[in-house]
Design a protein around this ligand. Structure first.
Ligand SMILES: C[S@@+](CC[C@H](N)C(=O)[O-])C[C@H]1O[C@@H](n2cnc3c(N)ncnc32)[C@H](O)[C@@H]1O
Length: 509
């Protein structure tokens, strides 16, 4: 199969041994289905394993790739179960799942491993293996344009199958990315999906699929609304869960019991968390110092630029590793969103020439947020970005270590757009807030909220949920907090800037 086909169809066939292990677990959990439905059956590993573990069940498979349908049919023949099995060549997206599922008598087990690909992954290779209405969960506007409408095809399929069940009692057992399972559960719990019970069993995707992603078996029973919580088992064979996730208000939390004990620490942050500067043009905009005191860009091009638009910059990996001395520089072309960049030509002609030389790189920026903007436009800038002191954290690392970052050579330090921060005028205020955030109490609360296996464990939305006043009090910083409140310390929390809280296209939480 061509690589692009494999990508477009999320084609990672399940090894037979893993399919057997899953079916064995399901049987141990007491399942005894009359019908096994495999909606994207591939070469039939799950149907063959189910034939063995559920000797009286009817086995029904659907699959878009007709060669695989032939392979699966042969495999079922070889297993001597052709009389109780069928395979159909069918595109999942054009199948009437309500009708298909309604036609199955008795207890239904929906089993399998839907495609491992996102809609943007399919679009990137000009593929068409997509549901008709991409924006299916009603995400609109800036959230959609900045990538929040990106979703896993399997998430869409799981929701489609759940809807197809129309609240009927059934069991669903499917391999998927752990993040997909969580998003699906959140959707189902929020939309009366009639999930009676749900459990996640982690699997080793590297071992079974040669894929570096957190994956699991999502196992659930439908038919009535049960607790909006799911135990997480570390493996298919584990007998004890390691944690329990759950829905807390609108959001999922990683440890629902710890969250309940600490939820009084949740509320509105008194400050507004900010994302680092977004330019989507690192090769041109991010520079390093050379030993002779000059600067060069990522292409190794030596540059002689005016100092006016150059600022020290830390990457999220610097923050995660405790590095607060910036080795990089970033060209900051605007002071606030929408600022006219033409002024650079007058104030810093060499910088302007450099930018103009690489104009095509800026015009090629994919994100639609740059459309209709002035040349070399940025996001994640405003008065706050020029504040001298900051408390910053990497969004991409699980450590959740908050760093105090001060000015370098009198200049404020900038961050990349995978970092989040609070701006301050005074070092002591930044230090106090960092101490509060790094306190064991706050870290425990964050651990209850954060899914460390997600691509971006920390987001502005998450940080915004920390009620720093209560945390300060409970963590023993009450007096200092009151002093800080009395001083006029922070850059205004309500600057009229457009805040772009971004999830990178192709990333999912
Ligand atoms: C991750 S593989 C798993 C195959 C099989 N379920 C297994 O566990 O071995 C995903 C399968 O979904 C199939 N597929 C992808 N898009 C599909 C679609 N739109 N309709 C039906 N099947 C599809 C692929 O051809 C592939 O066989």
């Amino acid at each position: 199969m061509k690589t692009s086909n494999k990508v477009e169809f999320g084609d990672f066939q399940t090894p037979l041994a893993l399919a057997h292990e899953v079916c064995e677990l399901i049987r141990r959990l007491g399942e005894d289905p009359n019908v096994v439905v495999e909606p994207t059956a591939g070469r039939g590993a799950f149907l063959v394993a189910a034939a063995d573990k559920f000797p009286s069940a009817t086995l029904r498979g659907w699959e878009i790739n007709c060669d695989y349908v032939t392979d699966a049919t042969v495999a079922l023949d070889t297993a001597n179960v052709s009389s109780r099995s069928s395979m159909t060549c069918q595109d999942f997206f054009t199948c009437d799942w309500e009708a298909v599922l309604a036609a199955q008598d008795g207890r239904v087990l929906i089993l399998g491993n839907p495609p491992w690909v996102t809609n943007s992954g399919v679009a990137a290779i000009d593929g068409t293996n997509l549901p008709v209405k991409e924006n299916f969960m009603g995400l609109r506007g800036i959230a959609a344009r900045t990538g929040k409408s990106n979703f896993d095809i399997s998430e869409w399929m799981l929701i489609r199958l759940l809807r197809g069940l129309r609240g009927r009692p059934a069991t669903l057992a499917m391999l998927c990315k752990t993040a997909t399972a969580r998003k699906f559960l959140r959707y189902a719990w929020q939309n009366d999906g009639r999930i009676a019970a749900a459990t996640l069993y982690r699997i080793d995707a590297a071992e079974h699929f040669d894929a570096s992603v957190d994956a699991c078996l999502l196992y659930l029973r439908t038919g009535s609304a049960g607790p909006q919580e799911a135990d997480i088992y570390p493996s298919l064979s584990a007998r004890e869960p390691v944690s329990r996730i759950g829905l807390a208000g609108e959001e999922l939390v990683a440890d629902i019991r710890a969250y309940r004990a600490l939820r009084h620490l949740e509320g509105l942050s008194p400050f507004r968390w900010r994302s680092g500067v977004k330019h989507d043009c690192a090769a041109i905009m991010e520079l390093v110092r050379t030993p002779d005191g000059g600067v060069e860009n990522a292409d190794g091009q030596g540059l002689d630029l005016e100092a006016d638009y150059l600022f020290p910059m830390l990457k999220c990996s610097d923050l995660a590793n405790g590095r607060t001395i910036a080795k990089r520089l970033v060209i900051v072309t605007q002071r606030f969103v929408g600022d006219d960049t033409a002024a650079i030509a007058r104030h810093a002609p060499r910088t302007w020439t450099y930018l103009q030389t690489h104009r095509d790189r800026f015009q090629a920026r994919k994100s639609s947020i740059y459309k209709g903007r002035v040349p070399f436009a940025l996001f994640g800038i405003g008065e706050y970005a020029f504040a001298p002191w900051k408390v910053a954290v990497s969004g991409l690392h699980r450590s959740g270590r908050f760093q105090v970052v001060g000015p370098m050579n009198g200049q404020p330090v900038f961050f990349d757009d995978a970092s989040y921060y609070l701006p301050f005028e005074r070092e002591e205020d930044a230090q106090l807030v960092a101490d509060i955030l790094n306190s064991p109490l706050c870290q425990r609360f964050l651990a209850s909220l954060v899914f460390t296996d997600s691509k971006r464990p920390f987001t502005v939305e998450l940080l915004q949920r920390l009620n720093l006043a209560v945390i300060a009090n409970d963590a023993g910083f009450g007096l200092r907090w009151q002093q800080l409140q009395r001083s006029n310390f922070a850059i205004s929390a309500n600057l009229p800037q457009i805040e772009f809280v971004m999830e990178e296209p192709g990333r999912s939480t």
